[in-house]
Design a protein around this ligand. Sequence first.
Ligand code: PHE
Ligand code: NA
Length: 456
Amino acid sequence: DDQASGHAAQRPLWSNRLGFVLAAAGSAVGLGNVWKFPYIAGVNGGGAFVLVYLLCIALVGVPIMMAELMIGRHTRKDAIGAFAALEPGRRWWHGAGWISVAAAFIISSYYSVVAGWTLDYVWRSLHDGFGALAPSVIESQFGTLLENGLRQGLWHLLFMFLCLAVVIGGVQRGIERWSRILMPALLALLMLLFVNGLRSDGLEEALRFLFAPDFGRLSADAWLEALGHSFFTLSLGMAAMITYGSYLKPDENLFGVSLRVAGLDTLIALMAGIAIFPIVFAAGLEAASGPGLIFQTLPVVFSQIEGGALLAPLFFVLLAFAALTSNISLLEAQIAYLIDERGWSRRRASVCVAGAAFTVGIPTALSGNLLKNWHLIGERTFFDSADLLASSYLLPLAGLLIALYVGWFWRGEAEKAELIQGGCGGLYPLWHGLIRYVAPLAVTVILVNKAIQAGL
Ligand code: PHE
Ligand code: NA
C-alpha cells in the first residue's frame, strides 16, 4: 500500500490546462487533417459535408473523447490499468484497454514510416528543390522513394529517434514542453500557407470545392465517411486520450477541454484545405487525397509557383511536426502501461516501446520494395494490412467498447461526479444520452461498413 501511494504521488500531471490542450491537440492534429479532410469534404458535397462532419464531431467525437478523458482522469492509469482498476472482477472489459494499446502499437509503427517520408521531402525541398524539375520527374520521385527500403528505413529510424527524445523527457518536460513549442510553430506555418492560399488565383474555385453546399452529393457513404473520420481525426480508440486524460488535474472541466481540442482539430483541417486547394487549382491540377496529394501534386505545384522554394520546406516541416506530436501520444499510451502496470522506469519503457515500434515498422518500410509481394490480409501488403487492422477494426472496436462501458456499465454517480467537478453538471443528461445511444450506434455502423468495404 505504501509503495502504491508513493507511486501515485510521483505520477506526473500536466502543468496547466493549456499544456494539456496543446498536447492533446498535438495528438489529434495529424496527417488526417491535411491529406484527408479537405479532400473528402470537397468530393462529398462541400459545405453540406462540412455540416455533417461538424455534427459527427459534436455528437459522436466529443462525447467519446470526454468518456476517454474521464476514464483516464478517474483512474489515473494507463488504458489497460484503467479498465483493470474499474472492473477488477470482470476481466473481459480489460479487453477494451488491450485493444486500444494494441492499436497504438501498430499505428505508431507505420505512422513513423509515413512521417519519415515527410522528412525525406523536407530534405529534398531544401536540397535540390523541385523548381528545376519537370512535373513527371517530380511525380516519379515518390515512387522511387517507395522502392527504396533503406532510405525509408533510415528516415523512419530518425523520426522514431526524435519521438524517443521527446517521450523520454516525461510528461511535463518532454511531451508538454515540445507540444508548447511545436503546436504554435505548426499554427504559424499553417497561417503562412493559409494566407498564401487566400491570395492565390485558385481561391474562388477552392472555396466552391470546399464549401459550396451540394446536398445532392451527400450520399449514405458520405455520412459514413464523416463518421469514421471524426473518430480517427480526434485520435479516439487508441488509448492516447485515456492516457493524456490520466495526467489531468481532478478539477479540470472535461467538456471545456474536449471542445477546445476538437475545435482546434477542426479549425486546422479547414485551414489546411484553404492552404492547399487554391494553389492546386491555380496550377490547373486536380484535387486528390492521401499520399498522392502530399507527395506528388503539391511538389509539382511548389515547383511552379512564386515562392514555392520557400513554401515547400515550410509545408513539409509542418507535416513533420503534426506527425511528431501525434506519434508521441501513441508511444506514451504504451509507455504509460509499462510504467504503471509493470513498474518499469520511464527510460527503459521509452527505449523499448520506440525500439519495438521501429522494428515492426521495418516491414512497412519494405512494403513497397523487398516485401512488395508478401500479402497478409487478402491482397494487402504488410503496411496496408497493419493499417486495415488498426484503423478500420481496432479503433472503432475500442471506441464501441468504451462508449458501451461508460454509457451502460459504469456506475452513474462516478461519471456524474467527474463532470460536475469541472462545473458542467448541467450538460450531464445530454452527454449521457449521446454516449449511451448515439455513439455506440454510430460506431457500430462504422464497423459494419468497414467490414463490408474490406470484403470481410
Ligand atoms: N488524429 C490523427 C490525424 O488526424 C491520426 C492519428 C491516428 C494520430 C492515430 C495518432 C494516432 O491524423
Ligand atoms: Na486529426
